[in-house]
Design a protein around this ligand. Sequence first.
Ligand code: 3HC
Length: 311
Amino acid sequence: DETALVEQFEQVLARHDRIEPRDWMPEKYRATLVRQIAQHAHSEIIGMQPEGNWITRAPSLRRKAILLAKVQDEAGHGLYLYSACETLGVSRQELTEKLVSGQQKYSSIFNYPTLSYADVGTIGWLVDGAAIANQVPLCRTSYGPYGRSMIRICKEESFHQRQGYELLMTMMRGSDAQRAMVQESVDRFWWPALMMFGPPDDDSPNTAQSMAWGIKRDTNDELRQKFVDMSVPQAERLGVTLPDPDLVWNAERGHHDFGQPDWEEFRAVVTGAGPCNAQRIAHRRRAHEDGAWVRDAATAFAARSSAEPVE
Ligand code: 3HC
């Protein structure tokens, strides 16, 4: 009966074990996972656009090859995550339709434009760095397929972060113009990167429940703090300043104190009024429509081959 099922579910969570697709789970647990994993998958796919903008303009064949590999990885991350989401009884067709119709979200960070080539490095360093800070704990998330997809994604994400940091380090050892380009890019991406971790905990309707279910292992503010503490020494080694006058080491806390992102801007971007929201969704919709013939051909082929008698 349901009481025994709830008990079993809670015992699995209590011993930090995994809930698997065939296990009983509360409907709200399933719905929260579909929402978060779908949003995560959409973020990977939409995230291909800002960087893809620089593939044809990369300054060397080496940089172009690295960027191509990274953008392809993001597509793969999206596929792992859509597959993990499908184990919860939703189809990627349905999820794509919810994305292009605005019923499901993707990470706010990808609604900002990539205005200079230094952005390719800054996205690798800060955006993929923030993604790693958020995704490493998700390797231990209570839902099996989601946690296992994170293990491989985190390995590839580390390559993304290192290549971005190396790109910026190379530019910082270049000309004054290159150094200025890196600083301008960091100034534009620092605050949006902090917003990736979500609203402050006391303004986060989902965090408490997601922590209780072991979907999240850390809160939004805990991960944001970890990311700031990790980024400050990296910025110093790079020779860039971070655009936050309140950023200072607090020996008592053993962490950096820092200013608050502009949460009005965050809300605007999350609700569709960011600089690139319309462009990102239009691009995704067009790509989905342009790919319809491939899906139709694959479906027709599958139908014909299953109808044909096996020799
Ligand atoms: N962008 C867009 N929406 C966001 C957001 C962000 N950065 N942060 C929060 N939100 C939304 C939430 O979805 C929620 O809205 P909803 O209930 O309608 O879905 C609302 O704002 C309140 O936020 P909560 O903190 O209550 O929501 P969550 O508990 O879902 O926490 C989260 C938000 C921390 C982003 C969590 O969903 C999460 O950890 N998701 C998985 C990680 C992820 O999506 N990362 C994407 C980063 S980009 C990436 O990985 C690509 C890489 O290759 C760079």
